[in-house]
Design a protein around this ligand. Structure first.
Ligand SMILES: Nc1ncnc2c1ncn2[C@@H]1O[C@H](COP(=O)(O)OP(=O)(O)OP(=O)(O)O)[C@@H](O)[C@H]1O
Length: 490
């Protein structure tokens, strides 16, 4: 559809963009990324014929773009420039109607129904219909940007060349506009080449990305291959980290600020726990990186308070999350700062331990209710009701863990819990076999992300040894406390 071969060019004799070659298929969305001044706009201007090329070719639909008249070219390619000069005051609709110029023919060109439809559609697509009669200079920057996008869409060309189409737009309008552009691709097979400043938006909306550096192609390919920490970090000279998008298989990138606020290094200790008949809490001033299967704020995040709340064995709420949020709010916990779990166990039977190693220490909290113990290897063979009777485990580490160590810590803690149930001879009441846990166990791993870097947490690593021993030890004691309270049959 669009083929660029060995293209060089710029504003004078010295080329700004050099030896650029790539091709874009029909219906493909190609994003152009690169630092300020890397030549993105210049490349788009040379492709669209606004700037002359010094070398190379641009082919549109298999033909050299030079053979097209200006009007023929405009029927093939619609261009949204980065800066819009509008010397004359037009209404919004008249501005968009200018996009129909390549479709007008004859000396006295007439406005056809087709022109009217295309303009009205473009106004609607970009959400500016209600400004149709407003003079364009009375609109905000973002509204004007949408009008110029509408003008390019009204042209109904099979190729769209866009220079920062989301410039000036708020997030909702960025999304609407880029959804519209994807729709043009999906429904009409439109081919899009677009410059982006926002790497994450480009990743979300483009099929392929072309990354420019000093007028040349640094790399071109699938977003997951282009948005790599080292590539982006080197080309933009910025500290970045990539992470998966929560819903789509598209990488997202986040900046890592160089200026860490001047904060004193800190550690956590056993004194930060509070135990009452109502709940166990752990509160610190600095947020801890946390992964958990809690009711309130499960998953990964940064939190300053953990709560293990006692509820009645018959606890029943229509909306458990809302009820728990209400409970925490009434007790002064800031919801965005708190991870909350529940247990039917008397919270005064919580076992809290501090386990010290060479690198630092690990704090463990366990409440163990084993009335609904389950042998997981037999769970497929039995139907069970979900009841509250839970082992809740917290592992809080003084140290700096990568994501994989959080996962290893979860494995190590779970294995230690299972071994403790074996030691205490806890059986699945339905099968009579040794239980591996209960049906509603919850686990929390948190780390200060301060001090020693602890790359692993498997059972033979310094951290894993402490977690394994600590969780085993605390769970055994917590089960013993539970048995004592329940007058467990010996
Ligand atoms: N009209 C001009 N005359 C001469 N040089 C120019 C002109 N416009 C841009 N340049 C130069 O060309 C180089 C590339 O500019 P270009 O606008 O293509 O970069 P860009 O990648 O689009 O940057 P940005 O992210 O800042 O929009 C820059 O060094 C710039 O100074």
């Amino acid at each position: 559809m669009l083929k660029v071969d060995n293209l060089s060019g710029g504003y004078g004799k010295e080329p700004i963009v050099k030896n650029i070659s790539f091709s874009v298929e029909k219906g493909e969305v190609l994003g152009i990324l690169g630092p300020n001044g890397s030549g993105k706009s210049t490349l788009l201007k040379i492709i669209s014929g606004i700037l002359p090329k010094l070398e190379g070719t641009v082919e549109i639909d298999g033909k050299d773009s030079a053979v097209y008249s200006q009007k023929q070219f405009a029927r093939k390619v619609a261009v949204l420039p980065q800066l819009h000069a509008h010397a004359f005051s037009h209404s919004v609709k008249d501005t968009v109607a200018l996009g129909r110029y390549p479709h007008q023919s004859g000396l006295f060109s007439s406005w056809s129904n087709e022109d009217e439809r295309a303009v009205n559609e473009a106004l609607a697509y970009t959400g500016v219909t209600r400004y149709s009669d407003t003079p364009i200079e009375l609109l905000s920057g973002g509204e004007q940007q949408r009008v110029f996008v509408a003008q390019a869409l009204a042209q109904e060309a099979p190729i769209l060349l866009l220079d920062e189409p989301t410039n000036h737009l708020d997030i909702a309008h960025q999304q609407q506009l880029l959804d519209t552009i994807r729709k043009q691709k999906n429904e009409k097979g439109v081919t899009v080449v677009s410059v982006f400043h926002d790497i994450n938006l480009a990743s979300l909306y483009c099929d392929r990305l072309l990354l420019m550096e000093n007028g040349r192609i640094a790399t071109i390919g699938d977003p997951k291959d282009v948005i790599q920490e080292t590539t982006i970090g080197t080309v933009y000279n910025a500290r970045v980290k990539t992470q998966p998008h929560p819903e789509l298989p598209k990488p997202q990138m986040t900046l890592l600020p160089d200026t860490k606020e001047e904060e004193k290094p800190f550690t956590v200790n056993k004194q930060q726990f509070t135990v009452s008949a109502d709940h166990v809490s752990f509160k610190v001033d600095q947020p801890l990186k946390t992964i958990s299967s809690a009711v309130t704020n499960p998953g990964m995040g940064w939190y300053r308070a953990f709560v293990n709340r006692h509820v009645d064995a018959n606890y029943n709420a229509d909306d458990v999350k809302a009820e728990m949020a209400d409970y925490l709010g009434k007790r002064g916990y800031h919801l965005t700062d708190t991870v909350g779990m529940m247990t039917a166990v008397t919270t005064e039977h919580a076992e809290i331990g501090e386990y010290k190693g060479e690198f630092g220490s690990v704090l463990i909290m366990v409440t163990a209710g084993v009335g609904n113990a389950v042998d997981v290897s037999e769970s497929l063979t039995r139907d069970r009701e979900q009841r509250i009777g839970t082992i809740n485990t917290w592992v809080i580490v003084n140290g700096h863990l990568p994501d994989e160590a959080f996962i290893q810590a979860m494995i190590t803690a779970t294995e230690a819990k299972t071994k403790a149930l074996q030691t205490e001879d806890i059986k699945d009441p339905l099968t009579g076999t040794i239980a591996t846990g209960t049906s509603t166990d919850s686990l929390l791993i948190a780390a200060t992300q301060e001090g020693e870097h602890l790359p692993y947490a498997g059972p033979i690593t310094p951290l894993g040894k402490l977690i394994g021993h600590g969780v085993y030890d605390s769970t055994v004691r917590a089960v013993q406390a539970y048995k004592k309270a329940k007058v467990w049959p010996s």
